[in-house]
Design a protein around this ligand. Sequence first.
Ligand SMILES: CC(C)(COP(=O)(O)OP(=O)(O)OC[C@H]1O[C@@H](n2cnc3c(N)ncnc32)[C@H](O)[C@@H]1OP(=O)(O)O)[C@@H](O)C(=O)NCCC(=O)NCCS
Length: 154
Amino acid sequence: MTPAAPAIRPGLLADAYRMARLDAASSPWPWSEAQYLRCCTPVADNRERALLLETDNELQGLVVFARELDDGSIYNIVVASSARRRGYGVLLLEAAIEALVTTGARRCLLEVRKSNTGARRLYASCGFHVDGTRRNYYPLPPGREDAILMSLDL
Ligand SMILES: CC(C)(COP(=O)(O)OP(=O)(O)OC[C@H]1O[C@@H](n2cnc3c(N)ncnc32)[C@H](O)[C@@H]1OP(=O)(O)O)[C@@H](O)C(=O)NCCC(=O)NCCS
C-alpha cells in the first residue's frame, strides 16, 4: 500500500504530550513535555516554534526552531524510528527554513553531536556547512561529546 502523503502544520499546545512521547521513543536525547509546551505556546513574542509532520493524522516527526536577531536556529528535529529515510527529515527542515526566511532571517544555525552522523548528513544534504566545533559541549554517560556547529546562508 502507498504510504499516506505527509502534511506539515504548526504544533499546538494540545500536541505537546504526543511530541514528547514521539521524542522519547525516537531519540536518545529527548526533550520534555514542558519544553514542547513552551514552543507551542501561542503568544506573539514566542521566539520558539514547532512544526509537525503527520500522515493520516499520525505524528511522524517534528522540528523546533527559533528566530534570534538576524539568525534562525534549528533547536531539535526528530522523525519516528519507523518513518525514517523517507525524506521526512528534509521536508521538516525545509519547512522550518522557509518559515525563518519569511521572518527575514539571513542565516540558519544549528549544533549537532559529533557522533550523530545521520543528522549531520541530513543537514549537509540540505546545504548546511560546518563552521567549527564546540569542545565537550554535550553530556554523555559517561563524559562529554563535542558539538559540530553548522550554518546555512538563507
Ligand atoms: C536525523 C533524523 C531527523 C533524520 O530523519 P529522516 O526522516 O530519516 O531523514 P531523511 O529521510 O529526510 O534523510 C535525508 C538524508 O539525510 C541523510 N541521512 C538521514 N539519516 C541518515 C542516517 N541514519 N545515516 C546516514 N545518512 C542519513 C541521508 O543522506 C538521507 O538521504 P537518503 O535517505 O536519500 O540517503 C532522524 O534520524 C532522527 O529523528 N534521529 C534522532 C533524533 C536526532 O538525532 N535529531 C537530530 C538532533 S541534532
